[in-house]
Design a protein around this ligand. Structure first.
Ligand code: HPA
Length: 293
């Protein structure tokens, strides 16, 4: 049975319509160009994090759109990231995926780093499935495991600029963790059980980066309640929450921080570990699409 309720989707559509300022002109125009070239109307948007490129291969591709084709879009430069929208079918449903994202540590503003989500929202997605590579700060976590994000700690300290100037003036945002949909989390746990792999639940700490943390910072993040740490996802999820999208957020643990015996973390190690988890990510994302269609 579809797990989404019509009222949730009406709220999502109304959120976009009554908040046109949430979606920039650049994103609106990119969405129009995509809609002209690709006739499907996706309900699912996917953000492929570091090392999850393989997952892009699971999508039965119908069209790709390099970000560089769109006016006002920056170029993605981070290690392991391509930089295009991938459109096609997953589990027989139309989906649009971001292969490559814009990180704040690359110098982009929040409105730029969320252009992909804005574009997918303008195309009408109702679900955002997002993955990231992250350091494990919960000592029970192991490299290559997946954590279902139930909440985040925003240590980026960046407002969502366009959102603050709606016609009604300054408005507080919704509580951030309201975006992480409980039903999607429960469905993901059931999927992991069926496929015999472990998933954790926990809190993602979003930092600006680009450096990995010092041992003192890892200790601090653990003390304040973090389970994983990374440099993405938080701006995208905050925007998704404002748009009324239902979010499934996954952290792939690529290195476990042991502050008292800290090994250096390299970008390549992170990519390699993320690829180990790729079949799990694929199963979880495919399940989210199949169960909610
Ligand atoms: N810290 C921050 N970001 C990361 C890490 C980490 O340890 N691993 C992968 N992304």
């Amino acid at each position: 049975m579809p797990a989404h309720s019509p009222s949730t989707e009406a709220t999502s559509a109304q959120a976009v319509l009554s908040n046109p300022s949430l979606i920039s002109r650049a994103a609106q125009s990119a969405a129009e160009q995509i809609a002209q070239a690709w006739p499907s109307r996706p309900r699912f948007g996917i953000i492929l994090g570091t090392g999850a490129g393989q997952l892009a291969g699971a999508i039965d591709r119908e069209a790709t759109f390099p970000y560089a084709n769109f006016a006002g879009f920056p170029h993605s430069t981070a290690l392991g990231h391509a930089g295009q929208f991938v459109c096609g079918q997953l589990q027989g449903q139309p989906v649009i995926a971001l292969h490559g994202r814009f990180h704040l540590y690359e110098g982009y503003r929040v409105d730029q780093s969320t252009l992909g989500v804005q574009t997918m929202a303008a195309l009408g997605i109702q679900y955002l499935l997002v993955s990231n590579a992250a350091g494990g700060i919960n000592p029970k976590f192991r490299s290559g495991e997946v954590m279902l994000i139930t909440s985040h700690i925003d240590l980026m300290f960046r407002p969502l600029p366009a959102m603050e100037t709606c016609s009604s003036g300054l408005r507080p945002e919704l509580r951030g963790d309201a975006a992480y949909d409980r039903e999607l989390i429960t469905q993901a746990e059931a999927c992991a059980r069926r496929h015999h792999f472990a998933v954790h639940r926990g809190t993602y700490c979003g930092l600006l980066g680009p450096n990995y943390e010092t041992r003192s910072e890892y200790r601090f993040l653990r003390r304040i309640g973090g389970d994983t740490v990374g440099m993405s996802t938080v701006p995208e999820v905050r925007l998704a929450a404002r748009l009324g999208l239902r979010v499934l957020g996954l952290s792939v643990v690529t290195n476990v921080a042991r502050p008292d015996a800290l090994d250096p973390t390299s970008g390549q190690e992170v990519i390699d570990a993320a690829q180990v988890a790729s079949p799990c990510l694929r199963a979880l994302f495919e399940n989210a699409v199949a169960v909610n269609s």
